[in-house]
Design a protein. Structure first.
Length: 301
């Protein structure tokens, strides 16, 4: 056990802290985390933990969600610059336009979004629960923000609803191309293709399984196949290999790395715990209004 790990364990006890990490952060951060999961799992855990301090090892919208769900707790984001470009890819003005055009429109907000966008939404969803929640909504018209690819994927499974899509995207998943995937598949013909629904439509069409990060892990773990091509951020390989040491995993393309997720390091976790910064701070009114769609997500899912 190295010095950084020992120091983190000491600080966790001293500060009554719990460490939550997303599957996309560095391997050594996942290794020392108390809980590792996708966005939905981390949202659930953030509500359940009893610790006074939450260290969220992920990007800024995750830290905001943890704070919204736990306004009285301290939420630390080890790197304040760890942001998600897609989380900003929707306009409040467009939300208002859609509401005027479609009186019964439900604004369905992917949890990968800023607190300000959540504030103007009716319900939040993750890639693992989006289909279930949209199907449960009485509304016919669905404005899905901010990710166009996930929205299109859900829309195809809900033909009875009318989707208005928003031109947002995750650059990591959008960079996985059909050509690259086909070349990898040709080289590994026995491998099953597992991709995230944030991928483009032509990539999703080639998949044997489409699902959330946790869904991909579960599928690979239960599958009788021995080889898999993974179409999501490479950080998930740590958990896949940990749970399936006898199976082989390959990436679908060359650039499946989120540089923002990789900003979180053990040294930054130590600094955050020692100094209490950077702490996530949100105005009370924003917390109150952004909490409603998150709460509804947890209720419906």
């Amino acid at each position: 056990m190295n010095d950084n790990v020992i120091r983190i364990q000491e600080l966790k006890k001293e500060k009554d802290a719990v460490i939550l990490a997303h599957y996309y952060v560095n391997d050594d951060v996942q290794e020392i985390a108390d809980y590792v999961g996708d966005s939905y799992y981390l949202s659930e855990i953030a509500v359940k933990v009893k610790n006074q301090t939450i260290v969220l090892c992920g990007v800024s919208f995750m830290g905001e969600s943890a704070k919204i769900l736990n306004p009285k707790k301290t939420v630390l984001l080890p790197d304040a610059n760890a942001d998600c470009p897609m989380a900003h890819m929707a306009e409040i003005e467009r939300i208002e336009e859609v509401r005027k055009e479609y009186k019964d429109a439900a604004v369905v907000c992917y949890v990968n979004s800023t607190a300000k966008l959540k504030k103007h939404s009716d319900v939040c969803v993750t890639s693992s629960n989006a289909l279930k929640i949209v199907q449960a909504l009485p509304n016919k018209h669905i404005f899905f923000i901010p990710d166009e690819n996930l929205g299109r994927y859900i829309a195809e499974k809900c033909p009875d609803k009318h989707f208005i899509l928003n031109p947002g995207y995750c650059h990591v998943h959008a960079n996985i191309t059909k050509d690259a995937l086909e070349k990898t598949k040709a080289a590994r013909p026995e491998a099953e293709v597992l991709v995230h629904p944030e991928c483009k439509e032509d990539v999703v069409a080639l998949a044997d399984y489409v699902g959330s990060t946790s869904g991909i892990i579960d599928y690979a773990t239960k599958s009788g196949s021995r080889e898999f091509i993974i179409g999501t951020e490479m950080g998930v390989l740590y958990e896949l290999k940990k749970k399936n040491p006898d199976k082989k995993f390959y990436v679908a393309g060359n650039v499946q790395i989120c540089p923002n997720m990789k900003r979180i390091t053990l040294e930054k976790i130590i600094t955050a715990l020692e100094t209490g910064t950077p702490a996530v701070t949100l105005e009370e009114e924003l917390i109150e209004k952004a909490h409603a769609p998150l709460r509804r997500m947890l209720e419906l899912s």
